[in-house]
Write a protein that binds this ligand. Structure first.
Ligand code: E4P
Length: 216
């Protein structure tokens, strides 16, 4: 499973990249706005840190505008993936961008029917938002299960990217279902490595080691 960082913060991205832990980065307008820097510059900086798909989201909501923005975004770096909202105009744009060989990540997906349409339009990635579905008492992971099954049944090459990840269980369940990618905030990435028994065990090993008579 590929692990992406869902962040536009260069400190977090550098740290995760230094551990060799991330295969790509997803951003969205809210994450970018928090950084208070020009969008294109920020995306270029992220591309210099991580050698993998970097999602940059369009803000147009009409097909022509989305395609125009997408063409500009991919000029920033060859790793840029154009993030497009899952609306009918977005699907039209995805079809056109895919014809031009431009990779897309279709975002704000909340159902398997939406995901089916995105795959048919030629999306490179589909981003179902599991956390936001859980927030409204729906089972986010059920949608992942349906999408993975549908894509397998028909041999779609669109990669399932588990998004809106809130905790490690979302990553585990996504991996067990065969999702291709999970994108997560920095804090969740760190939680993946953490186990209290590891910390307790290490503390004990080091304390025992200290009891060893010191040789001259
Ligand atoms: C994914 O691409 C989105 O940017 C992100 O996962 C949304 O997460 P949130 O629901 O925690 O805002």
């Amino acid at each position: 499973m590929k692990l992406f960082l869902d962040s536009a913060n260069l400190t977090e991205i550098r740290d995760a990249a230094a551990m060799g832990l991330i295969d790509g980065v997803t951003t969205n307008p809210s994450l970018v706005a928090k950084e208070g820097r020009p969008f294109a510059q920020l995306i270029a900086d992220i591309c210099r840190i991580v050698d993998g798909p970097i999602s940059a989201e369009v803000t147009a909501v009409d097909a022509e505008g989305i395609v125009r923005e997408g063409r500009e975004l991919v000029k920033i770096h060859h790793n840029v993936v154009v993030k497009v909202p899952l609306i009918p105009e977005g699907l039209k744009a995805v079809r056109q961008l895919s014809r031009e060989g431009i990779k897309t990540n279709v975002t704000l997906c909340f159902s398997s029917t939406q995901a089916l349409l995105a795959a048919k339009a030629g999306a490179s990635f589909i981003s179902p938002f599991v956390g936001r579905l859980d927030d409204i008492s729906e089972q986010g992971m059920d949608v992942i299960k349906q999408i993975v099954t549908i894509y397998r049944n028909y041999g779609f090459s669109t990669q399932v990217l588990v998004a809106s990840v809130r905790h490690p269980l979302h990553v585990v369940e996504g991996a067990m279902l065969g999702a291709h990618v999970a994108t997560m905030p920095y804090a969740v990435l760190m939680q993946l490595a953490k186990h209290p028994l590891t910390d307790i065990g290490l503390k004990k090993f080091l304390a025992d080691w200290e009891k060893l008579p010191k040789t001259v």
